[in-house]
Design a protein around this ligand. Structure first.
Ligand SMILES: Nc1ncnc2c1ncn2[C@@H]1O[C@H](COP(=O)(O)OP(=O)(O)OP(=O)(O)O)[C@@H](O)[C@H]1O
Ligand SMILES: [Mg+2]
Length: 300
């Protein structure tokens, strides 16, 4: 689509009320490891010489990754306080495979022994976090990377003894202004835990009294029927979403997002969304236009 100059000016003018409304407000964005991994794979393919044309825009997934970084910088430039929380499931799985360890999941959560915890921490804090900070800082030097272990940011506790060092969020200390949070938390004795990134994003949004909580993932939103793209739910109340999760209609990786969205809107976050992180500039679409994208979770 080619926009005329008049149309471009119209789009900017339309954004003004949203810029005003979100100035000074915290927006928590959870960047799904699945989206990030897909984008990274695209880039690796290009650098390996499959795509000699070399233009990043030719690859929709790395275009989405670049646009994610641009959107975060733009949000900050117009006065929002974006906080990015990331996962890294596929990247942890890849390093485990290289080290000859077989990942084990129970109800969608990674069984985490001491060695897996060490790998998860290396990948999340040392690799994924650095790559996201680097990608954003190419567009504007605003990103700082933190782990939940830093400055007492996230206090964790064990979730279920059968899962090993899988943790839940006990408390968030929001006194440190942060841009990026890798999802390792520690308990009072300093023991580290591997916590689901969706759960962390929700807890951080609540603790920071965020205006918005946004999940960027690899599906266009929450579906009533997971196998049917036409069953996308454009809006759903926290109550209905919890019911879908109880019934099992919301499964696997969508469960912690659904629970986090429902809890966030009940605890003062004005809106919670699940969006397709593979779409270029999906954050700008959601924040600065009246058009709805993905799924919006509301109070009943
Ligand atoms: N009702 C549903 N609607 C939409 N997706 C669903 C539903 N139930 C289960 N899913 C699954 O949830 C997945 C998204 O969660 P997933 O954990 O895989 O990604 P992520 O959280 O973005 O990435 P990561 O866990 O690596 O950070 C979808 O790809 C889809 O297969
Ligand atoms: Mg997930």
């Amino acid at each position: 689509v080619t926009l005329t100059p008049e149309m471009k000016a119209g789009v900017l003018a339309e954004a003004l009320p949203y810029i005003r409304r979100f100035r000074g407000k915290v927006v928590v964005v959870k960047y799904g490891g699945a989206v990030f991994a897909a984008a990274g794979a695209g880039q690796a393919g290009a650098s390996a010489g499959d795509d000699l044309d070399g233009s990043p825009a030719a690859d929709p997934e790395s275009a989405a990754r670049t646009s994610f970084a641009e959107d975060i910088v733009l949000m900050r430039a117009v006065g929002m306080l974006p906080v990015v929380v990331h996962g890294g499931g596929p990247q942890i799985g890849a390093l485990m495979a290289r080290l000859g360890k077989v990942p084990e999941f129970r109800d969608g959560l990674r069984v985490t022994d001491a060695e897996t915890l060490e790998i998860a921490r290396m990948v999340l804090v040392g690799k994924v976090n650095r790559e996201i900070v680097g990608a954003i800082n190419v567009h504007g030097p605003i990103a700082v990377g933190l782990s939940g272990e830093d400055a007492g940011l996230i206090t964790a506790g064990p979730l279920d003894p059968l899962l090993g060092y899988v943790g839940d969020v006990v408390a968030v200390d929001p006194s440190i202004i942060h841009k990026l949070v890798a999802t390792i938390g520690a308990d009072a004795a300093g023991q580290a835990y591997n916590i689901n990134a969706d759960t962390v994003a929700g807890a951080v949004a609540e603790a920071l009294e965020a205006e918005k909580l946004v999940f960027l993932t690899d599906v266009e939103g929450v579906r009533r029927d997971v196998g049917d793209p036409a069953s996308l739910l454009q809006t759903i109340s926290a109550e209905e979403l919890d019911e879908l999760a109880d019934e099992g209609a919301v499964g696997s990786g969508m469960i912690p997002k659904a629970r986090a969205c429902a809890s966030a809107v009940r605890h003062g976050v004005a809106s919670a969304h699940v969006l397709d992180g593979r779409l270029v500039h999906v954050l700008l679409l959601e924040i600065f236009t009246p058009e709805g994208v993905g799924t919006m979770v509301t109070l009943p």
